[in-house]
Design a protein around this ligand. Structure first.
Ligand code: CTP
Ligand code: MG
Length: 223
């Protein structure tokens, strides 16, 4: 089985503050997004790699074998644009969405997520997540703790996220794209059933400058 991947790399990286698109920031000698492209190239069940890039920047995304698509205003808008480009070639059934900002994703996790969704007809999506290790509290008015949540029921969501294309397309059409931080939430809101697959905790997202050092350390260690 081979399915297309969409690596979303169109963000501006405000919190990293590198003065340019985060996906192009150097990590261990290569642009950040290239590490994700490698993992998807190595995955057995991926047959095409699309990358959503910041408008006007496609010339700087030079990794071989990728198809670039202009991204949109929010992450979900970038996913919608990428998905439109993918489905223009026909309906692939499943699609994998991944943050370019997660350079430590492994081919094994990508393949396991694709197989996991393909083999479970009851699910509309399967998303990578890790158990929460901190105790999480919900704040009420004036910042006072209103509730301590049951940690055994909580997970922190990551990517890759695998979707049934038709469900994702409909969720993106009807959902509030500006407010969504994750497309699985749009699928949930549309009544879809979303499963989780455990991700290694090392599959971090590069968000602030310290994350780049951490990612470089993890990459070095995994070589
Ligand atoms: N993303 C995207 N299109 C957008 C916004 C985000 O493709 N309009 C992508 C980013 O490139 C990133 C992933 O979504 O790979 C996760 O987003 P985030 O970590 O928030 O990246 P940025 O939006 O670039 O960073 P910031 O929020 O700090 O500006
Ligand atoms: Mg962002």
């Amino acid at each position: 089985m081979g399915v297309p991947a969409l690596i979303v790399a169109a963000g501006s990286g405000q919190r990293l503050g590198a003065g340019g698109p985060k996906a192009l920031v150097e990590l261990a000698g290569r642009p950040l997004y290239a590490w994700s492209v490698d993992a998807f190239r190595e995955a057995t069940h991926i047959d095409r790699i699309f990358v959503a890039v910041p408008p006007g920047r496609s010339g700087q995304f030079t990794e071989p074998g990728i198809t670039t698509v202009e991204g949109g205003e929010t992450r979900s808008h970038s996913v919608a644009k990428g998905l439109a480009a993918i489905t223009a070639e026909g309906d692939p059934g499943l699609v994998v969405v991944h943050d370019a900002a997660r350079p430590l994703v492994s081919p094994a996790l990508i393949d396991a997520a694709v197989i996991g969704l393909d083999s479970d007809p009851g699910l509309h999506a399967l998303i990578a997540a890790t158990p929460v290790t901190d105790t999480v509290k919900r704040l009420g008015e004036e910042g006072v703790v209103a509730e301590t949540l049951d940690r055994s029921q909580l997970v922190a969501v990551k990517t890759p996220q695998v979707f049934r294309v038709e469900i994702l397309r409909r969720a993106l059409e009807s959902g509030d794209l500006a407010a969504a931080t994750d497309d699985a939430a749009l699928v949930e809101a549309a009544g879809g059933s979303v499963g989780v697959i455990e991700s290694p905790s090392g599959n971090i997202k590069v968000t602030v400058p310290g994350d780049l050092e951490l990612a470089a350390y993890f990459l070095e260690r995994s070589r």
